[in-house]
Design a protein around this ligand. Structure first.
Ligand code: NDP
Length: 420
């Protein structure tokens, strides 16, 4: 029995909340709070019409404001807060959780909304030099809360989506059951879905476009190797999807896995993109539409990437029109009992099946299901330990079982085709 406060009610949140409702033995009461409360009310009504036994309430919250988050937490008194708003709000929500003494869970690591903020930039530029990668997001901001959470006896579980999230659980599972040492990890995120638009993003456009237009990087022999955006391209034949071009990106789980699995010699992350997506992105970047710096337009300030977000289809609306499958997983190479071993753990998820079940496309689904699972493991005490952790730092077995149970079954394949 638990009371959960969910912050955010977008594409990922809608799946996470509906999955919590399917797990009503654990989540007996839920408050959905977000900036636009009408979305929370609509989802509450949908779940109540479907006869959910979960007692649901809603609230408005400005998650950029610690005091306002504290107001909602103090009113509702949850056991845990699931943050499925945006990475911009990670620190304010963590601060409020600490002050109100509740556990914290999220799906993406902190990045600032305003990358021109001089205070943040000073720290960022120092980090770029010291660590050798230039992505706007990194774990240092949230790992800095470790002692505070530990002293308060609270758990913060970071990045329990699919990637990061499940990919890190796959790593812990591979290490526990298949390897004495893992030496190489290739994470591959393939979306074979087609939504029929010339250009749209599958999750929040601002976060998505920031991520994919940035430099790539990978972890090798204890340090970062940075590449130009989309500089490294490979082709892979994905089960149930077929051959796709994929590109090396910087991705947040590489940072945590590099730290927590020091024996790993190289970690890379690849994501598939179609030519139309890449052409559109390049044009938008060339004309400045991906910029996060405000410009004056007809007497008022606008941020180009936020204006672009307003023009693009809402990712939550792609569900009915997206067909095809995703295939996300990791290839591990290492040593077991003195012999070389290679395995590939992956999940295949069908966009239309997700839509039939929950009214969402597979990207929101593959993120929202693990968000529920991570939260369930924290509130039931199975993954409760004081401090700030990523999903590779716990026993992977209960998480892997719940993936099978809640719609993301996985496969372990021995001797898969490797990527050069
Ligand atoms: P959406 O933009 O669809 O949803 C974000 C939600 O947060 C909206 O309901 C929005 O409100 C709300 N929100 C935004 N700002 C505030 C604020 N200041 N106060 C209160 N509520 C706010 O995003 P997604 O659902 O696509 O993504 C959610 C999270 O999931 C992101 O952090 C994203 O990075 C992460 N993600 C993680 C993945 C993984 O595999 N780990 C993969 C995909 C996404 P409103 O409705 O008013 O806009």
């Amino acid at each position: 029995m638990s009371r959960l406060l969910v912050i955010g009610c977008g594409g990922v949140a809608q799946v996470a909340i509906q999955k919590c409702a399917q797990n009503s033995k654990v989540f007996t009461e839920m408050c959905i709070a977000s900036r636009t409360v009408s979305k929370c009310d609509a989802l509450k009504e949908k779940l109540e019409k479907a006869g959910t036994p979960v007692k649901i309430t809603t609230d408005t919250v400005n998650a950029d404001d610690v005091e306002d988050i504290k107001r909602v937490i103090n009113n509702y008194k949850p056991d845990a807060v699931l943050n499925v708003a945006l990475p911009y709000q990670d620190l304010t929500i963590m601060d409020a959780c600490l002050e109100c003494k509740v556990d914290y869970i999220d799906t993406a690591n902190y990045e600032p909304e305003d990358t021109d903020d001089p205070e943040w930039r000073k720290i960022y530029e120092k980090r770029c030099k010291e660590k050798g990668f230039t992505a706007y997001f990194d774990y240092s901001w949230q790992w800095a809360y470790f002692d505070k959470f530990k002293e308060a006896g609270l758990t913060a579980l970071l990045g329990t989506g699919f990637d990061p999230g499940v990919t890190s659980v796959f790593t812990a599972y591979a290490k526990k059951h298949y390897f004495d040492e893992i030496h190489y990890i290739d994470i591959m995120d393939c979306n074979g879905g087609d939504h029929g638009y010339a250009f749209a993003t599958n999750f929040n456009p601002e976060i998505n476009l920031r991520e994919v237009s940035a430099n790539g990087s990978y972890w090798e022999d204890g340090h970062w190797v940075e590449t130009k955006p989309m500089e490294i391209k490979r082709e892979y034949d994905f089960a149930q999807v077929g051959k796709k071009d994929m590109y090396l990106l910087h991705h947040e789980e590489i940072e945590a896995l590099g730290r927590n699995f020091p024996e790993v010699k190289r970690i890379r992350f690849f994501m598939t993109f179609g030519q139309s997506y890449l052409d559109h992105m390049r044009c938008l970047e060339d004309v400045g539409m991906l910029s996060t710096s405000p410009v004056m337009f007809e007497g008022r300030e606008i941020v180009p990437i936020q204006f672009l977000k307003a023009l693009l289809p809402d990712p939550a609306s792609l569900g009915p029109r997206t067909v095809g499958k995703t295939n996300i997983g990791c290839i591990f190479r290492g040593i077991k009992d003195g012999k070389e071993r290679t395995i590939y753990i992956y999940n295949v998820c069908d966009h239309q099946e997700c839509y039939k079940e929950l009214g969402s496309q597979a990207i929101s689904y593959t993120t929202g299901v693990p968000a529920m699972i991570g939260t369930a493991l924290v509130v039931t005490g199975q993954w409760k330990k004081p401090g700030v952790f990523t999903t590779d730092e716990f026993d992977p077995d209960p998480y892997m079982e719940m993936l099978n149970e809640y719609g993301l079954p996985w496969v372990v394949e021995e001797n898969p085709t490797l990527i050069d």
